[in-house]
Design a protein around this ligand. Structure first.
Ligand SMILES: Cc1cc2nc3c(=O)[nH]c(=O)nc-3n(C[C@H](O)[C@H](O)[C@H](O)COP(=O)(O)O)c2cc1C
Length: 158
């Protein structure tokens, strides 16, 4: 069985709601494809997740608020903790990012991409940025992100 790992941090609630939507979309896609036995979806907050989780996963989706034009401190802490134990051991695995932001989001997205490029993960989706209040459209985009990863992994097409 393959594993999709979703790791996120939230200060208040928006990134957590986006993470819920990503996981919901992934699980729904598995049910629709009759592929529940093909993939497990694991959701962890940054402080709960570590190198072993990443090593045991087949794909990674990261979620963070944008803080001061960057990923959240907790996401940076997660990436700092996993970087050296995972360097050279996760190359080519697909990843994507979702960002909760007030009015921008690009700094959080690019800061994650820079670090993850060092792990040689493969960007498999443009990611989702949700600005301002969480809208139904952003929720749907998060569900689509999860569905694309789940279906792609289950079918061996990602
Ligand atoms: C300390 C702090 C810094 C922030 N910096 C930015 C920023 O640089 N760019 C931006 O678009 N939003 C910024 N925001 C807004 C948050 O990214 C936004 O409210 C986000 O939805 C919070 O997600 P959460 O509810 O999951 O914590 C900041 C918020 C806080 C509290």
């Amino acid at each position: 069985m393959k594993t999709l790992l979703i790791v996120f941090h939230t200060h208040r609630s928006k990134t957590a709601e986006m993470a819920d939507a990503v996981a919901r979309g992934a699980r729904r896609a598995l049910v629709e494809a009759g592929a529940e036995d093909e993939l497990r979806v694991i959701v962890k907050r940054c402080h709960e997740a570590g190198a072993q989780d990443l090593l045991e996963s087949d794909a990674l989706i990261l979620g963070t608020p944008e803080n001061f034009g960057y990923m959240s401190g907790m996401m940076k802490d997660f990436l700092e903790r996993v970087f050296y134990p995972c360097e050279g051991r996760v190359e080519g695995r697909p990843y994507a990012t979702f960002v909760a932001a007030g009015q921008d989001g690009r700094g959080a997205m690019t800061s994650i991409e820079r670090v993850v490029a060092g792990l040689r993960l493969r960007k498999a989706h443009a990611g989702v940025v949700g600005l301002g209040e969480l809208t139904p459209d952003v929720r749907a985009n998060c569900e689509d992100l999860g569905a694309i990863f789940a279906a792609g992994l289950a079918l061996g097409a990602l």
